[in-house]
Design a protein. Structure first.
Length: 258
């Protein structure tokens, strides 16, 4: 399924899952988690986003790389449910940088892409150190027969501190060299946008689609999407923790005019 098209800006809506089994805040009702996720997914699809990205957003504090099997299976169940009800592309993001879980869920549930935070960066997170996983990730994808699953790689992702003095442009070049299918650029924190200057530099340096990974709003969309090929949007589309159709509609109206 071809996702990036000349002249069109790809809009990916986040489906933020409530806490899953195996995480500290799970309330014991997986059916309610699944129902809320499906409602948000359908709202995003109905209002015209081009793709969805399902994330275990409520599982804070996040484990790095390894999750309980119970959590992975529960997430796969919800992804499969959403996939059965929508026709637009679907991606998987398992926090934090749990590339094995992402690729397995995407392969089994016929997802289209995964988002990987530590593809080429060594990162300090709130709950541990993450080292680059590009080599392992690509081998796992080949082993599982999931070559159709695209890898979207963050570079120096939000809410982390990269180790070393390599700048974000060099990190993006490394991600492209190591076969990432798209590059994601974020601000420093959830809800903060990357600088237009940074987006320009990354876009000029790589031969891959470049996406805004955080902080896109109707106000800054014209500037940022004049540079980037698309955006992943979550916080700006929510009210009270749930998808707000009016906010989705407003953002899509702005983007369609670009």
């Amino acid at each position: 399924m071809r996702m990036f098209q000349e002249g069109k800006k790809l809009v990916v809506g986040m489906v933020h899952l409530h806490p899953l089994p195996g995480s500290p805040r799970f309330d014991g009702n997986l059916d309610e988690v699944a129902e809320a996720a499906l409602e948000d997914a359908l709202a995003l699809a109905d209002e015209g986003v081009d793709a969805l990205l399902v994330e275990n957003y409520g599982d804070v504090p996040y484990l790095t790389r390894k999750l309980p099997l119970l959590t992975v299976v529960a997430m796969a169940h919800i992804v499969d449910l959403i996939k059965s009800k929508i026709v637009i592309p679907l991606g998987i993001n398992v926090q934090f940088d749990a590339y094995e879980a992402e690729l397995v869920i995407a392969t089994v549930c016929k997802g289209n892409f995964v988002r990987i935070e530590g593809f080429v960066d060594t990162l300090i997170t709130d709950t541990g150190l993450v080292t680059p996983c590009a080599a392992e990730c690509l081998r796992l994808r080949r082993q599982g027969g999931g070559e159709k699953v695209a890898i979207w790689a963050d570079v120096q992702v939000k809410e982390t501190q990269p180790i070393g003095n390599r700048n974000i442009v060099a990190a993006a070049v490394a991600a492209a060299k190591n076969l990432a299918d798209a590059i994601i650029v974020t601000g420093s924190a959830t809800g903060s946008a990357p600088a237009a200057k940074t987006l320009k530099e990354v876009k000029a340096a790589v031969d891959r689609p470049v996406l805004v990974g955080s902080g896109l709003t109707p106000e800054n969309a014209p500037e940022l999407l004049a540079i980037a090929d698309g955006a992943i949007v979550g916080t700006a589309l929510k009210t009270g923790g749930r998808i707000d159709r009016r906010k989705v509609r407003r953002l899509m109206e702005v983007i369609r005019k670009l």
